[in-house]
Ligand binder design. Structure first.
Ligand SMILES: Cc1ncc(COP(=O)(O)O)c(C=O)c1O
Length: 391
């Protein structure tokens, strides 16, 4: 069996790379180790690069359509990876998960409609609702013993305010929760009984640590499937975000029709050749690569936790059940959010996402991306240690 090398350091500067080449824009200086945006510092796997090279052997890159092979590779992946049997005609294209859920907001709700989110949560959930003139309703997660839980009592109250949709992050960004079947059943039942649609963003679903299992929300039961639209992509799993290729699974034909109308209005029909080629290669050949990737990230997680416990007890890591994103509780550093951000950028020279980007309950937290070679993670931890000790 091929052993993949995740220790290799890839120079990413000067490739118009958001994570590296926009550090000045986001942090004010270039000299920070970029441990922020959800983009891995590992090579996109060779079997994907080879498939792209092979496609380029043909000298014409004209209009192309979604082949049976494309649908088959998605169906096969979801079946084998998540025990979820989906049908070909439930699958639609979206040019990214964020564009996908934004289009769903436009297609399935009206201006002024209320949409529920569960902060702290991936920040485009807020902007997609606001930018489309819908109203955010916050059903905040409960933090208990460094783990997030859903607040169902509060949700039951909030749905009565007439919400039309709920955006779910599953697995959860930034807390790394893999929501359990019971949790999702309860959530789904409350939404079903109150006519609330659920957009389930499952972009991180392949990145689950060994002891956990991702369960697609729509696979739980027929009622929940009827109200659920699932957003998925190979982009986080295989480091392909630059190919802007993702897909939605919608088994309810009314909702599907409405989403397709929204795509048609924008003439989004074709996807792009490289995204489709990469998706097929990823889902046909990527099982072993993802297994090895997750073992590597789990080892990075252990390095991080051990380092913090031993050297920086002021910072506590929430143990993610999935994703390569670690939610760091920095409240014991006793800095306000402005100062905390400044501290990490200017004193530690490590670029993290500020917790408050994910909602007000993210205050005092920072999000760290640990999908990088071990040596880079260790260097960034050392920098944080030096800064905390000097402070
Ligand atoms: C929960 C979640 N959804 C969506 C995205 C981005 O999706 P896309 O690049 O396909 O728009 C991210 C990226 O970090 C994410 O964490």
């Amino acid at each position: 069996m091929k052993k993949y090398n995740f220790n290799e350091i890839i120079k990413r500067e000067d490739t118009n790379c958001v994570k590296y080449d926009m550090r000045k824009h986001f942090f004010g200086i270039n000299d920070v180790m970029p441990m922020w945006v959800a983009d891995m510092d590992f090579k996109t796997p060779d079997f994907i690069i080879d498939a792209l090279k092979e496609r380029l052997q043909h000298p014409v890159l004209g209009y192309s359509f979604f082949s049976d092979e494309y649908f088959h590779s998605i169906i096969n992946w979801l079946n084998k990876k998540h025990d979820w049997m989906v049908q070909k005609d439930w699958i639609s294209f979206s040019p990214g998960v964020v564009p996908g859920f934004s289009l769903l907001i436009q297609a399935l709700t009206k201006p002024g409609d209320k949409i529920i989110i569960q902060p702290p949560v991936y920040h485009p959930f807020f902007s997609a609702i606001k930018d489309n003139d819908r109203v955010i309703i916050e059903n905040e997660l409960i933090l208990k013993d460094m783990k997030y839980y859903m607040n169902f009592d509060d949700l039951k109250e909030k749905v009565k305010e007439g919400a039309k949709m709920l955006l779910l992050s599953n697995p959860h960004n930034p807390g790394g929760r893999v929501w359990t079947k019971n949790e999702m059943e309860e959530l789904g039942n409350i939404c079903y009984e109150n006519n609330v649609l659920i957009v389930s963003d499952e972009i991180h679903s392949d990145l689950v640590f060994e002891k956990n299992k991702h369960i697609p929300l729509a696979s739980i039961n027929q009622n929940i499937a009827e109200i659920t639209i699932t957003c998925m992509a190979p982009s986080k799993t295989f480091n392909l975000a630059g190919l802007a290729t993702s897909f939605l699974v919608i088994s309810n034909s009314n909702l599907l029709e409405k989403y397709k109308e929204a795509l048609n209005k924008l003439h989004i029909w074709y996807g792009n050749i490289f995204g489709v080629t990469a998706l097929e290669a990823a889902y046909n050949k990527g099982f072993e690569w993802v297994n090895q990737l997750m073992k590597y990230i789990e080892n990075n997680l252990q390095i991080l936790v051990a380092f913090l416990e031993k050297n920086i007890p002021e910072i506590k890591a929430m143990m993610p059940e999935a994703t390569y994103l670690v939610w760091l509780d920095c409240r014991a550093l006793k800095m306000d959010d402005e100062l905390l951000k400044k501290f990490f950028v200017e004193k530690a020279k490590v670029g993290l996402n500020s917790g408050v980007e994910y909602g007000k309950t993210g205050a005092g937290f920072m999000r760290m991306n640990i999908a990088c070679p071990e040596i880079i993670l260790k260097e960034s931890l050392q920098r944080i240690y030096n800064a905390v000790k000097l402070n």
